[in-house]
Structures are given as structure tokens and as C-alpha cells.
Design a protein around this ligand. Structure first.
Ligand code: ADP
Length: 377
């Protein structure tokens, strides 16, 4: 597990809300954006990951006493209890200690190799398997909670949030699935469930809201035929909503680190054109480099600097040499974000086009509103 940089749990209060669909699409998206990724399906009583990824015929092999994961395309390693069942109709009837043992095997005896991300698709609810995972996986970055806009779901989400807080697992955010149905014929949106929206539920529980994914027959179809929507070439509003939601999640994973750094003095860099934040990161005219005094949580100094000529990797190095530890941008591609991470610089994207001092003041006052990762490059 120490060779895995980030570990994300996907939870839901109850079954059938689309948790596995989202876990599988998230893992595929991460593998497309960041390379080596793992997907661990510990939904012991209803493992659906093999079907969602079209891997139903795969079985697991062993080499040097280690289990070799199945592969979805080149970059995603997959482990599921579904690979061990002789028939997909077999039911698993296991007591708690057996479940703990199989999860332990999947964590310790699998040759996961070096991974950037591991996504864990947990069973619905908060039971033995969740406690096992929390015990067996060190350094979990946090959990994503999937819900639907139903009255009952609020209670379910609350249970997940309480569970995470009790086990010191950060809640990375709430994803609302099946949020309204857009008629493919007339384009009219109909709300199916009448309960609270995911946004309201998240706000009530003090958890970040990541995004809404509509009820879409095409998403159900892609899942049924084992071709995840996020991998398809079709640009649908549902696929866009998924991408947006996953990008938000990535941003939120930076937040705990940023909060830690805020205890010390900080240097924040913002790309500027015409005196305001520029959404064209690589070709901005200047960078505002702002020193923040941690004690008074206020701006100590602002410098306007001209960046070196644009080439991949130049800006992260230039900013890191100046001691910058946070970049606030309008939009930034995943590759560039990765380069900043490698230079120990945290990144916030989706910031508005405003004067740099206003942006930093809003950030320090925890009121910085971020929207889409608008990368027009
Ligand atoms: P869970 O893991 O929460 O039990 P699944 O991911 O297995 O839920 O999804 C349950 C069913 O709902 C599956 O048939 C899946 O294809 C379908 N589904 C999930 N999300 C959506 C959506 N947004 N639109 C349409 N169907 C969906």
C-alpha cells in the first residue's frame, strides 16, 4: 500500500444509488488522466465491477505468491471478489472474519505495483467491511459519498459522514446521482425524486458537494455492456457532468494539504492578464506572487513578476524556486496540475477573474468561490 500515492473510498448509505457505476467511471477517468490506477471492489455480496468494465470472463492468476490483478485497458488494475466466484449467480455467504481475511488478501497479497490512485468500491452501508478497509489501508485520503435526491438518502448520507468522522477519514465530498431525467426526445428535465438535493444535504452535513449526475438511460446501457461512459467518445451532458464532478474531487483532495500549509507563511501565485486572474495560464502576462502572513492571516507583500517563456514544466519549476506553495488559477489541465504537485505546489482551479488581492483575501476568509476548471488552452 505504501506504493500507492492516493486512496479514495466510494461509499453510499444504501444499494442501487449508482455507487459502483461512479466508482468504476472514476477509476477509468483517473487512469486516463494520471496513468496507473487501481480499482478494488470489496462489495462482497454484490460485486458489479467486472460487469461494469466488461471483465466478466477474467479470472485471477498468481505469481510468486502474489495475486495478479485483472487489467482494464493498460492503466487500470482491477480486483473484485467477482473474479473468484465460479458462476456470477453464486451468492457469497461469509461471516465477518472471512470477509476481513479476503479484504486483507486483496490489500496485502495483490501485486498492485506503483499506483497513483486506488479507488475502493465499498459495499452499501457502514458495516464490517468498511471497518476492515479503514484498518487495513493506511493513509486513506478520504471518502466520496454517493447519494440520490430522496428523503431517505439524507439519513443514509448522514450515517456515512458520521462513520467517516468516527474513523478519522476525511469526507472528500458528496456526489448526487440520478438527479433529474432529461428526456432524449423533447429535452425537458423531470425530477424523479422529490427529496432534498445533494447540494442541500451536503451543506446540512458540512460536507463538500462535488456535483450532480442525471438519470440517463445511456449511462445504464454503457454499464450493462461493460463500456464505461467516461471512456466513450460521445460528448453527452452526463459525461460532462461526470468529468466536472471528478475534477472537483481532485481539487478537494488538495484542500487538507492547503489547510496544513496555512499554519505557516505562504506564497500564493496567480496568473494575471490586464490586472486580473487570467484563465489562459501558460500565456498570462504576469504572475502576482503574494506573501501571506500566517499569524495575522493577511497579505504581507504583492509582487508582479513576468514569467519565463512558456514551455511544459518551466512554470512549476520557476514558481517552486521562488518558494510558492499554492497556485490559484482559472483553469489548468491535469498534466500541468500533476507537474505542480511534483514540485510540492498545491493548486486550486476554477477561481474567478478578479484582482489577485481580492482572490487571496477570499481564500484566506474561506469564501473563495470556485467554478469549472476553465482551461481555454
Ligand atoms: P450501487 O453500486 O449503488 O448498488 P450500481 O452502480 O450498481 O449501484 O447501479 C445500480 C443500477 O443503476 C445499475 O443498473 C446502473 O446501470 C444504474 N445507474 C446508475 N447510475 C445511473 C444513472 N445516472 N442513470 C441511469 N442509470 C444509472
Amino acid at each position: 500500500m505504501k506504493n500507492i500515492k492516493h486512496k479514495i473510498l466510494v461509499l453510499s448509505g444504501k444499494g442501487g444509488v449508482g455507487k459502483s457505476t461512479i466508482a468504476a467511471n472514476l477509476a477509468v477517468w483517473l487512469s486516463m488522466e494520471n496513468g496507473n490506477t487501481g480499482l478494488l471492489d470489496i462489495d462482497i455480496h454484490g460485486p458489479s465491477v467486472p460487469k461494469l468494465l466488461g471483465l466478466e470472463q477474467k479470472t485471477l492468476n498468481q505469481q510468486d505468491e502474489k495475486i495478479i490483478p485483472a487489467k482494464y485497458e493498460q492503466m487500470l488494475k482491477v480486483i473484485s471478489i467477482g473474479f473468484l466466484l465460479r458462476s456470477k449467480d453464486d451468492a457469497v455467504i461469509w461471516r465477518g472474519p472471512m470477509k476481513h481475511n479476503i479484504i486483507n488478501n486483496f490489500v496485502s497479497d495483490v501485486s498492485w505495483g506503483e499506483l497513483n490512485y486506488l479507488v475502493v468500491d465499498c459495499p452499501p452501508g457502514t458495516g464490517d467491511e468498511h471497518i476492515s478497509i479503514a484498518q487495513l489501508i493506511p493513509g486513506i485520503d478520504g471518502a466520496v459519498i454517493v447519494t440520490t435526491p430522496q428523503q431517505l438518502s439524507v439519513i443514509d448520507v448522514k450515517k456515512c459522514v458520521t462513520f467517516c468522522r468516527q474513523l478519522n477519514i476525511p469526507v472528500l465530498g458528496v456526489i448526487e446521482n440520478m438527479a433529474g431525467f432529461v428526456c432524449p426526445n423533447c429535452g425537458q428535465k423531470t425530477e424523479i425524486f422529490t427529496g432534498k438535493s445533494g447540494k442541500e444535504t451536503a451543506a446540512e452535513l458540512g460536507a463538500p458537494f462535488l456535483g450532480s449526475i442525471p438519470l440517463d438511460p445511456y449511462l445504464a446501457l454503457t454499464s450493462d455492456i461493460g463500456k464505461p461512459l467516461i471512456r466513450s467518445d460521445i460528448q453527452s451532458p452526463t459525461k460532462k457532468a461526470m468529468q466536472f464532478t471528478f475534477e472537483r474531487l481532485m481539487e478537494n483532495m488538495e484542500i487538507p494539504k492547503i489547510k496544513m500549509e496555512a499554519k505557516n507563511n505562504m506564497k500564493i501565485a496567480i496568473p494575471i492578464t490586464n490586472g486580473k486572474l487570467s484563465s489562459h495560464f501558460g500565456h498570462c502576462e504576469q504572475f502576482a506572487v503574494i506573501d501571506v502572513d500566517a499569524g495575522s492571516k493577511s497579505i504581507a507583500k504583492t509582487e508582479m513578476l513576468t514569467p519565463p517563456a512558456h514551455e511544459p514544466g518551466v512554470l512549476p519549476k520557476w514558481l517552486s524556486e521562488m518558494g510558492v506553495n499554492l497556485v490559484i488559477a482559472g483553469g489548468l489541465g491535469q498534466r500541468a496540475q500533476q507537474l505542480f504537485k511534483e514540485n510540492n505546489i498545491a493548486v486550486i482551479v476554477g477561481a474567478p477573474s478578479d484582482m489577485p488581492e481580492n482572490i487571496v483575501t477570499a481564500y484566506l476568509g474561506k469564501s473563495l468561490q470556485t467554478g469549472d476548471n476553465v482551461c481555454d488552452h
